[in-house]
Ligand binder design. Sequence first.
Ligand code: PRP
Ligand code: URA
Length: 207
Amino acid sequence: MPVHVLDHPLMHDALVTLRDLTTPPSEFRRSAHRISLMLAAEALRDVRSTPVTVQTVLAPAPGRKIASDIVVVPILRAGLSMLDSVLELVPTARVGVIGLQRNEQTAEASEYYCKLPPHMEDSEVLLVDPMLATGGSAVAAIELIKATGARRIRMICIVSAPPGVEVLQQAHPDVDLYTPVIDRELNAQKYIVPGLGDFGDRLYGTV
Ligand code: PRP
Ligand code: URA
């Protein structure tokens, strides 16, 4: 699995705000939006486009339009923070939603919701989830996506940890991962260290 560790000063600026424990939910949401825009733009850099010509007020102008069917799939609930960023960049994208919840004791992900669009065999699927810790949620989500027949899948993630990257690599070597950082480790509760805490709780103020 190609792992793309993206290095951009604007991404790091947003990331440091997300990590800061004094950042309130309103600012946390804005920073998640900012960094997700950049991650999505990078992850979709090689998406298929087709030449078009439009008429400006002065003359015909050549350009390109996206030619792929793009499906964005957030993992509930933290992945919702990244959905609007992708839709802003690709307004025509279709949306699938997967609900997974980590058990607080075992950190194992269990599914509670899954609704994916039909006919994803030739789609470019962008899985969005801000945290890749043990990798259990990502692996389970990709299995659900692949069960539809989808073959072209990539994932964007705001903070990754070495165990999650390795588990994902083993289970789905055909999925590209785009992340600005791979943090040091997981703690005993399977939280990413240094990480940023529980993303969903910080996003929605449910701490
Ligand atoms: C978080 C996060 C990922 C998952 C990552 O979700 O959004 O989905 O943990 O951890 P993993 O790699 O060990 O599976 P969580 O289960 O806390 O649910 P939430 O988004 O509803 O808070
Ligand atoms: N999920 C989170 O929200 N944070 C972590 O550090 C790990 C999983």
